[in-house]
Design a protein around this ligand. Structure first.
Ligand SMILES: Nc1ncnc2c1ncn2[C@@H]1O[C@H](COP(=O)(O)OP(=O)(O)OP(=O)(O)O)[C@@H](O)[C@H]1O
Ligand SMILES: [Mg+2]
Length: 257
């Protein structure tokens, strides 16, 4: 379970960032008082346009950033005070994860498996499952630098999941992937959900969210403007297209200003 309680994240901007953002303010509120709960056995979507604060929020959950205010509990462990336990129960995936280019998928899989203190039998079993599912076996001994973007993404997913975590956080899971690889990834997220794991994804692609997510939060300008099931989101506009609900929420949020 992931419990986000009144989380605010404020970045300090340097002069260059202030110029880039065309602002005189030396701070940027990226996430504003967001509270939400995501539970085992569901795919929970953090939805919102570019710059909404999705990555910032997920990085706070993954212990990579410290919230300016508020608390996050992951299976009861506090992301700031119990970072080690939080990291053991989760995988944080993003298309920016860079595996060391000099090593092979198999080498890295075993390296991280041993880092987690897993037994050889366990790593072997996980390798069989993940490498065959993602079709990594045929290039398991090639160096990462020799692999295509899709192959690298598959390898980094497999390596990140070696310890079979309860919670999988995936920032923009299909970003940059062709439709075949994207489908393999989203199907695997469903398998994880069906095995009782909690999967939290971020996306700005509403059709993807509609197909994948059981529950969702919509983030606009750092604030959570909706949280509920897919059906509740669709009911906002009595529509069968999640994009309609999103545009309604976006209109309300920007009109209020
Ligand atoms: N390290 C940083 N320092 C300063 N500002 C930042 C930093 N990272 C993000 N921001 C700003 O915080 C806001 C939220 O960014 P974030 O990356 O969380 O959004 P996002 O919803 O993931 O967007 P995208 O869909 O483009 O990935 C943006 O205005 C961004 O410019
Ligand atoms: Mg992002």
């Amino acid at each position: 379970m992931v419990e986000i309680q009144h989380v605010t994240k404020i970045y300090k901007l340097n002069k260059k960032q202030m110029a880039e953002n065309k602002t005189n303010s030396s701070t940027k509120v990226a996430v504003r008082d967001v509270s939400l709960t995501a539970k085992a056995g569901e795919i929970f979507g953090i939805l919102g346009p570019n710059g909404a604060g999705k990555t910032t929020l997920l990085r706070c959950v993954a212990t990579l950033l410290t919230p300016t205010e508020g608390d996050i509990l992951v299976n009861g462990f506090h992301t700031v005070r119990d970072g080690e336990q939080v990291r053991r129960s989760m995988a944080f995936l993003t298309n920016e994860v860079k595996l060391d280019v000099h090593f092979s998928p198999k080498y890295l899989f075993w390296f991280f498996g041993r880092l987690y203190g897993l037994s050889d039998e366990y790593i072997e079993k996980r390798q069989m499952e993940l490498f065959s599912y993602f079709g990594i076996t045929e290039f398991e001994n090639k160096r990462i630098e020799e692999l295509s973007t899709g192959m690298k993404q598959k390898a980094s997913i497999a390596v990140s999941l070696v310890h079979d975590p309860d919670i999988v956080i995936f920032d923009e899971p299909t970003n940059g992937l062709d439709i075949i690889t994207a489908r393999a990834v989203t199907d695997y997220l469903r398998i994880l959900r069906d095995r009782g794991k909690l999967v939290v994804i971020s996306t700005h692609i509403m059709p993807e969210a509609q197909k994948l997510c059981d529950r969702m939060a919509m983030i606009i300008n750092g604030s959570c403007v909706f949280q509920g099931t897919l059906q509740e989101a669709l009911a906002l506009r009595q529509s069968d297209d999640l994009e309609d609900a999103f545009f309604e929420l976006y209109r309300q949020a920007t009109e209020d200003k």
